[in-house]
Design a protein around this ligand. Structure first.
Ligand code: PLP
Length: 307
């Protein structure tokens, strides 16, 4: 027995009933999750020792599992216990916690029939991941909207089932980084804004907030932003938003589990709100973190139970 014991400080994973250090978490090269992107996942976060809106993330995860015709044996309450156990084992106070359901490996070697695959669930946590670095959050994000790649059509891959089909985003990200932007946002075939890799997008014009209604993941942070608008008496509309309309915005912001409500100060050549966070963005951003102290939304991690 190792006197020091395994190191869980960089994260922990629950794999087939065992909690292992994140570096030891592995899946088969034959897993359809890997070979076909036939997988769904969700990400909940822990902030200062509490899970935020865990039940909403679990609802979405179970909806994604159903949409993909996956079937995993773990119940919702077992998953909840697993999430507490891995975070407790890691000791992390701020964590990015992922739940994954994969098609798995066919029980009949070489079978091409998805029904032969043994679906499986696993979960892992690592220190909190910022979708935009803290430096970008502080100064406001610059997004590139490339004209050579569109978001995968929702009729082809349902974006409301959270997925790893990120080939379009990755092409956008490479172009954005090469052109010294921070990140990318993609349009659909009609020129409507969709979403970016890990975030939803909103615009504010004449005091009215607008966000795309389709062709994107229905983010939990997006929902939180919509609810915060209602709580603040700000009108918020879910509807198609043309890129040309967003370019006329007074303010633009992104929403993500990996950082909350984040000001977007530039899209392509266009600079918004004089290059700093606008008033609506600042108000919602502040309220988002305040809601992390509201018992309605939080569940303290049970650090006593570590599996
Ligand atoms: N859109 C995509 C493609 C995402 O992957 C994510 C989150 O990872 C989001 C939007 C934002 O969703 P949420 O607020 O639930 O993090």
């Amino acid at each position: 027995m190792d006197a020091v014991g395994p190191d869980f400080s960089k994260g922990a994973a629950w794999m087939a009933g065992e909690i292992v250090p994140i570096a030891d978490a592995k899946i088969s090269v034959l897993d359809w999750g890997l070979t076909h992107s036939d997988i769904t996942y969700d990400v909940v976060h822990v902030w200062d020792g509490v899970f935020f809106r865990m039940d909403d993330y679990l609802d979405r995860f179970f909806e994604s599992i159903a949409k993909l015709h996956l079937d995993v044996p773990q119940t919702r309450s077992e998953m909840r216990e697993i999430l507490h156990a891995i975070v407790a084992r890691s000791g992390l106070q701020r964590s990015y916690v992922s739940l994954v359901a994969s098609r798995g490996v066919p029980g009949i070697p070489g079978s091409r029939d998805p029904r032969d695959c043994i679906n499986h669930f696993y979960a892992w946590c690592v220190p909190f991941v910022w979708v935009f670095t803290e430096e970008m959050v502080a100064r406001g994000v610059k997004l590139m909207v490339p004209d050579f790649v569109q978001r995968i059509a929702p009729e082809a891959v349902d974006p409301t089932a959270k997925n790893y089909h990120w080939g379009d985003f990755t092409q956008g990200l490479i172009a954005a980084k090469q052109a010294h932007y921070d990140n990318t946002v993609l349009v659909d075939t009609n020129g409507n804004v969709t979403e970016g890799p890990g975030f939803n997008i909103f615009m504010v014009k004449d005091g009215i907030v607008r966000t795309p209604r389709r062709g994107m993941l229905e983010g939990i942070t997006r929902r939180t932003a919509i609810e915060m608008c209602a709580a603040c008496g700000i009108e918020c509309v879910e509807e198609d938003v043309l890129l040309a309309e967003m370019m006329e915005a007074d303010e633009v912001f992104a929403t993500t589990t990996g950082g909350g409500v984040v000001a977007v100060v530039q899209m392509n050549e266009r600079v918004f709100s004089n290059g700093v966070a606008g008033p609506v963005t600042s108000q919602l951003s502040q309220l988002y973190w305040n809601w992390h102290e509201d018992p309605k939304f939080i569940q303290p991690v049970n650090y006593q139970v570590s599996g």
